[in-house]
Each structure stands twice: as C-alpha cells, then as structure tokens.
Design a protein around this ligand. Structure first.
Ligand SMILES: [Zn+2]
Length: 127
C-alpha cells in the first residue's frame, strides 16, 4: 500500500472514530430520555427491561467499534495494518476500504462468525 493510501485510511479512521463517539453520546442521551418517558407509558415492566438491554447493547457496539478503530490506528503506526491477526495473511485492500478497522481477513472473519452463531445461550460475561 502506498503512503498516500495509508494517510487516506488514517483520516477515514479518525473521522469514523469522531462520528462514533458523537453517536455514543447521543445514544446515551436518547436512552436516558426514553427511559424517563418510558416508565410512565409502559405498564409492563418487562418491556422497560428489554429497552434497557437493547440500548445497552447499542452503546456496547459503539464502544467496541471505537476500540477497534484505535487498534487499527495503532496497526497503521507499527506497519501490521494489512496483516490478518489470525492467520497472518494479507487482508486485502478491497476489504480494508470497506471495513477499515477490521483485524481479520474474510476467511477468518467467516470462521469467527460461524463459531459465534453456533454458540448457545447468552454471551454476556464472555470475552
Ligand atoms: Zn486470516
């Protein structure tokens, strides 16, 4: 990859990071407002709990993405950006342009997704 392309990706990652941060802040504010209003409207307490879970998941995903972006920026610095973390092969520019903060090549990503979808039960608390 050329220097210019790396610079472009770095800028993309930084603006993605900023957008995610803002989105997280907004979601947290929305969640707080929704929960305040929701308690009066939703008689069934179970629904309020579901809403809380849902909003919690959303902000977790945002946080994870920000961490992934930070890790990608670090890999840009140390030169391992294009290398798949799992198998050591080149991830490929086409994939990185679509998913600039991915750590895995397509094959490894598919393996991970298969494993995750075959897991039974809640994944909370697992790392
Ligand atoms: Zn791989």
């Amino acid at each position: 990859m050329t220097r210019n392309r790396l610079d472009t990706i770095r800028k993309t990652l930084l603006s993605l990071r900023e957008a995610r941060l803002q989105q997280c802040r907004r979601q947290n504010a929305d969640a707080a407002a929704l929960l305040d209003e929701g308690v009066a409207d939703i008689a069934d307490q179970g629904q309020t709990d579901n809403l809380k879970d849902y909003l919690h998941l959303l902000s977790d995903a945002g946080r994870e993405e920000i961490l992934a972006i930070d890790a990608a920026l670090e890999r840009l610095r140390d030169g391992s950006y294009e290398i798949c973390e799992s198998c050591g092969k080149n991830i490929g520019m086409a994939r990185l342009e679509v998913l600039p903060f991915t750590r895995l090549c397509l094959t490894c990503q598919q393996n991970v997704e298969q494993q995750e979808s075959s897991k039974a039960g809640p994944v909370k608390g697992q790392i």
